[in-house]
Structure formats: structure tokens, C-alpha cells
Design a protein around this ligand. Structure first.
Ligand code: SF4
Length: 280
């Protein structure tokens, strides 16, 4: 029986399909929610703080104290949200304190990789969408900056570990995806796309070209055909890898049968000590 095709492709769907088609199916086609873990919570929190900081605080007035004040507000909001209550209730005082300090460190590290007062922000959290060869491409740009020479820079915050050389290539697919969206929607190709790795205070910069964007279009079309093919045949195969250790679909995965302990992956995600940090 064929399965319904996804309505759009996004950078995260492209990565998900390339990493494990079975997990992609459960997430994108079957829409089985993935439980929030402390790493995704921390990532969402850091994104929200930087989103507000660059949007609300004018250029020239951006200080650590301003960022800290926004961080305190966002922290209070997040820890009272019903969606996070179960997760946070399972944390010890020590883990909660570690979560808070490591979340703030991510925000603070932004000051180490760039001078916020030099950033001229055009917008944050910008949803962009275009259609290429009948495929809807969609993505949310964390921050769009206007450079002094009139060119554009797309900034994407990363809250996981720095990727290996091989993974870096994968991450750059997302970079060129944002460049493609920008060019299609704003009719202007960004001169650079920067990935800011907040945990390690490191930036990877790529300069999109006509060739890199055309190459991305070709890759995107090929991935879409592979997704269609998999939907038509209901053929999404698991691809076991290191990523399985933090996959929330382990209990549903045929490749994991016989290798699971009695503890569910969701339960293992509750502690900093027991959960390996993903590369996101
Ligand atoms: S456990 Fe591994 S193979 Fe199974 S769905 Fe998750 S990532 Fe894919």
C-alpha cells in the first residue's frame, strides 16, 4: 500500500531521510511525536533567547546584561510550560542547575564568536517557502543580516556538537538550502551562510555560488524522488548507526529488536549523565 507523501521538504527532513528512512517515516509520514529531551529543550531555549535578543535589542545596545535579562525571562517561561513539566520533574536539582548554566553558556558563547553590536539584523525566525519542480521547499531562517556592503548573511544557530568532516558536508546541504530559499524569495543570493555552533563557540562559513545552489537543487530533486519511491512502495528501511543511541523510535524499530534493555529511550533521556549528547 502506498503512503501519503509529505507536503514539503525542509533542511531537517532532508537530513532525517538521509540519516534513516525508517525514522523519517515515523516522524514525517506517521507523525509520531518524539518526546522532548533536555538537549532539544536546551536548544529551543538558546534559539528563543537569541531570537528575542537580536530582534528586540537595537544595534549598539546589545550587552551581556541585556541577553541575561532575556534569558531569565525565557527560562522562567520554559520551566513553567506544561509540555516540559514531566521532563523537568524527572531532573535532580543538580541536573536542573546544569541545564540552566549550560543553556546560558550557549547564549554567552555567541558573544565570543561575533560582536552583536556589529550585526545589522533584517529579521529573525523568518519562514521562507518556494516551489522548485513541483516540490515545496520550506525553511525557517534563524537570522538574516545586512552587511555593510549591502550583501546578505544567513545565520543558523547550532546547539549540538561540531560535526565531523563527513557530517560537516551534510550540514552544508542545509546551508545551501537556506541560500536557495533566500535567492528564490528575496531575489538575492546571500553572500554567506554561517553556522554558529553555540556549545563550542565556533562558526563555519560557506559562500553560496550559482553552482552550489544548482547542485543543491539537483540533490533535492533526487531526495524527493527517493521519498516518493519509498512512499509508493511503503519501503522505508532502518539504517542503524551511532544515531540510534538517542533515537526516540528505538522501541518501534525492527533493527533494534533484541538489543533494547527494559529502560525506554525516553526514560534514558532524563539525565545529563545517562544520555549521550546528539550531534544536532
Ligand atoms: S533506532 Fe536507528 S535504525 Fe531504528 S529508526 Fe532509529 S535511527 Fe533508524
Amino acid at each position: 500500500m502506498s503512503l501519503p507523501k509529505p507536503a514539503s521538504l525542509t533542511p531537517s527532513k532532508v537530513t532525517s531521510f538521509r540519516e534513516c528512512a525508517f525514522a523519517f517515516r515515523l516522524s514525517v509520514i506517521d507523525k509520531i511525536p518524539q518526546p522532548t529531551n533536555i538537549w532539544t529543550l536546551r536548544g529551543s531555549l538558546a534559539h528563543r533567547v537569541l531570537d528575542r535578543f537580536y530582534y528586540e535589542v537595537p544595534q549598539g545596545q546589545r550587552t551581556r546584561a541585556q541577553a541575561q535579562a532575556i534569558f531569565d525571562e525565557v527560562w522562567s517561561d520554559f520551566i513553567s510550560r506544561s509540555e516540559f513539566l514531566d521532563l523537568l520533574r524527572g531532573l535532580s536539582e543538580r541536573d536542573l542547575s546544569t541545564l540552566r548554566s549550560s543553556s546560558w553558556k550557549m547564549v554567552d558563547n555567541d558573544f565570543r564568536v561575533e560582536n552583536p553590536n556589529e550585526v545589522r539584523v533584517l529579521g529573525t525566525e523568518i519562514m521562507m517557502e518556494t516551489v522548485h519542480q513541483d516540490i515545496v521547499l520550506r525553511g525557517v531562517i534563524d537570522r538574516l543580516d545586512l552587511n555593510s556592503d549591502g550583501s546578505l548573511t544567513v545565520t543558523d544557530y547550532k546547539t549540538g556538537r561540531i560535526p565531523s568532516e563527513l557530517k560537516e558536508h551534510e550540514k552544508l546541504i542545509g546551508v545551501h538550502f537556506y541560500a536557495l530559499l533566500c535567492e528564490a524569495v528575496l531575489k538575492k543570493r546571500p553572500s554567506s551562510v554561517q553556522l554558529i555552533y553555540l556549545k563550542d563557540a565556533l562558526t563555519i562559513v560557506a559562500h553560496p555560488t550559482e553552482a552550489s545552489i544548482r547542485s543543491l537543487q539537483t540533490k533535492t530533486s533526487a531526495i524527493w524522488r527517493a521519498v516518493e519511491h519509498a512512499c509508493d512502495r511503503d519501503d522505508f528501511r532502518p539504517r542503524p548507526s551511532k544515531l540510534c543511541s538517542y533515537c526516540s523510535y528505538q522501541t518501534l524499530c525492527p533493527a533494534q529488536r533484541g538489543s533494547l534493555t527494559e529502560t525506554s529511550s525516553g526514560e534514558r533521556a532524563q539525565s545529563f549523565n545517562e544520555y549521550r549528547e546528539p550531534n544536532v
